[in-house]
Design a protein around this ligand. Structure first.
Ligand code: DLL
Length: 432
C-alpha cells in the first residue's frame, strides 16, 4: 500500500525538520547557482544563511512564469546543460514554450514521486496501464510512465489520439488502468460505446487522471462511462510535471510529496501568506531538484491545504481539488465566475452530456456569457416545449449559483469539440 512508507508516514515534526534542512540547502544552492535568484535575493536584501525556521520562507521573493519566459531557454538552470539528461516544455498560449530540465537524480526523484502517487491511488504490479497522455515535450506521459514502470506495472505507451485503436487495445490487452486527462477519458468511453464495446467487456478498474480540473459531477460521468474508480493527480511542468500531489484511495484531497515540494497558500492579490485551511493561490518551493530548482513558484491555481493525517496513514498534507486557475477566472459584468461552477451545475442535469463550451463576448460595455450545452438525446429537439423547459431550468440553476444572467444554448448530441489532452472550454472573444 506504500511505496516509501518511512517517508510517506513520517511524523509531521520530523517532516518539518527535514523540510527546514532542505529549504536552507536549496535557497543557498539557488543563490550560488542561478543568476536570477542571486539578483532577486540581493534586491530584497535576503540572505539565505539567515533561514532559521520554515516560516522564514516568507522572505524569499516569489518566482513567476515571467521569470521562465525572460530566461528562456536554459537561464533558470542551476547546472550546466551537459548534466541535464532530459528536457521537457509546456506550450505557452503565446510565444515561446516554458523549458524545463532534469538531471539523472531529478529523474529518479520524479519517478519515486510518481510511484508513490500511483501506489497511493491503488495501482500495483498487477496492473496493465494504458498511458493516453501525449508523449513528447509534455511531462504527463513520461512522468507517469517512469513511475508505473518503477512499481512493476505493465505499461502500454499508447499516447493520445487514434481513439478507436485505444479502445481495441484496451479490450485485447485487458487493460486495467487508464492514464489520461478526464476529458480524454470521456472521449475514449464515448468511442467505446460507438464501437459497441460495453464497459463490461473491458477490464478497466482504475483511472489515474490529472492535468486538468474536473468537478465531482464530471468525475462521476467519467466513472460511469468507463466503469473505473477515478483518481486525480496534480502537477505542473515548471515544478517537475505530474508527481507533485495526488489522491489516495480515500480520495480526500491530493497528498503532496511534501519532502520534495513545500506548499504555501497566499492571497493572490496581496501576496500575503494565508493560515492553514484558507483558500488562495498555491505557491510551491521545490526542495530537492538539481537542474531546475524553483523557489516559491506562483502556480496561479486556487486551492486550500489540510495538514490532518489521512485515514490512509499518510502524514503529508493534502490539497483540495483546484477550483480553477486565477487566470481562468472570468469576470463577467464585475462578477467572478469559475468555469468549474458552471460545470457543476450542468453536470447535474441528466439530459445534458458531459460536454460544454463557454463563449464570452462584449456588446458595448456589457459582457455576455453563452453556455453551450450538449444534449444527450436528440429527441428533445423535436419538442419545443421540452427544449424551452430544459433551457429555463439550466438558466435558472446557473443564475442561482453564479448570480448573473447567461444565455443558454442547447446543441445537438456529439456536436461540440472533443479533446485528446486538456479540454479547452472557454472561448473569450472580448479582446479581439
Ligand atoms: O499538466 C502536469 C501533469 C501531467 C499533471 C499529468 C498531472 C498529470 P502543465 O501542462 O504545466 O503540467 O499544466 C499545469 O495544469 O497549473 C493546473 O492549472 C493544471 N492541472 C494539472 N493537474 C491538475 C489537476 C501538467 N489534477 C497546470 N486538477 C496546473 C486541476 C490541474 N488542474
Amino acid at each position: 500500500m506504500f511505496f516509501q512508507k518511512d517517508i510517506e508516514t513520517m511524523p509531521r515534526e520530523e517532516l518539518k525538520k527535514l523540510q527546514l534542512e532542505k529549504l536552507k540547502y536549496i535557497a543557498k544552492y539557488c543563490y550560488d547557482n542561478v543568476a536570477l535568484y542571486k539578483r532577486k535575493f540581493d534586491e530584497a536584501g535576503f540572505d539565505p544563511s539567515k533561514i532559521k525556521t520554515l516560516s522564514d520562507i516568507q522572505y524569499i521573493p516569489y518566482t513567476t512564469k515571467a521569470d521562465f519566459r525572460d530566461n528562456y531557454p536554459f537561464g533558470m538552470f542551476a547546472v550546466p546543460v551537459k548534466d541535464v539528461v532530459r528536457l521537457h516544455a509546456s506550450s505557452g498560449t503565446t510565444g515561446k514554450p516554458t523549458v524545463v530540465g532534469y538531471t539523472k537524480n531529478d529523474i529518479d526523484m520524479w519517478s519515486d514521486c510518481m510511484a508513490r502517487l500511483v501506489v497511493a491511488a491503488g495501482a500495483s504490479d498487477e496492473d496493465i496501464v494504458q498511458i493516453s497522455f501525449g508523449y513528447g515535450l509534455f511531462t504527463g506521459a513520461l512522468g507517469l510512465h517512469y513511475g508505473l514502470e518503477k512499481i512493476g506495472a505493465t505499461v502500454v505507451p499508447c499516447s493520445s489520439g487514434n481513439t478507436e485503436k485505444q479502445v481495441m487495445l484496451m479490450k485485447d490487452f485487458g487493460t486495467t488502468a487508464l492514464v489520461s486527462t478526464p476529458s480524454y477519458a470521456l472521449r475514449i468511453g464515448e468511442v467505446a460505446q460507438e464501437m459497441g464495446v460495453s464497459r463490461d467487456e473491458l477490464k478497466l478498474r482504475l483511472g489515474l487522471f490529472g492535468s486538468e480540473g474536473c468537478t465531482a459531477e464530471m468525475r462521476k460521468q467519467v466513472e460511469d462511462y468507463l466503469g473505473v474508480m477515478a483518481t486525480d493527480n496534480y502537477g505542473m511542468s515548471e515544478l517537475i510535471g505530474p508527481g507533485v500531489s495526488g489522491e489516495c484511495t480515500y480520495r480526500n484531497g491530493m497528498h503532496f510529496n511534501e519532502d520534495h515540494f513545500l506548499p504555501e497558500i497566499i492571497n493572490p492579490e496581496t501576496g500575503e501568506v494565508l493560515p492553514e485551511g484558507e483558500k488562495g493561490e498555491l505557491v510551491i518551493t521545490t526542495l530537492s531538484k538539481e537542474a531546475l530548482p524553483v523557489l516559491r513558484y506562483r502556480t496561479k491555481d486556487i486551492t486550500s491545504l489540510t495538514y490532518e493525517k489521512c485515514e490512509c496513514g499518510r502524514t503529508h498534507c493534502r490539497m483540495a481539488k483546484p477550483t480553477g486557475r486565477s487566470d481562468d477566472m472570468l469576470k463577467i459584468r464585475g462578477v467572478n465566475v469559475f468555469p468549474s461552477q458552471i460545470e457543476s451545475v450542468i453536470m447535474n442535469i441528466p439530459q445534458i452530456a458531459p460536454h460544454y463550451q463557454l463563449v464570452v463576448t462584449r456588446a458595448g460595455t456589457s459582457d455576455r456569457l453563452e453556455v453551450k450545452c450538449e444534449l444527450v438525446d436528440a429527441a428533445v429537439l423535436e419538442s419545443l416545449g421540452a427544449l424551452s423547459n430544459l433551457q429555463k431550468t439550466i438558466h435558472h440553476n446557473l443564475q442561482t449559483v453564479l448570480g448573473i444572467d447567461t444565455k443558454v444554448t442547447l446543441v445537438e448530441p456529439k456536436s461540440l469539440e472533443r479533446f485528446q489532452g486538456k479540454a479547452k472550454r472557454v472561448i473569450d472573444l472580448r479582446n479581439q
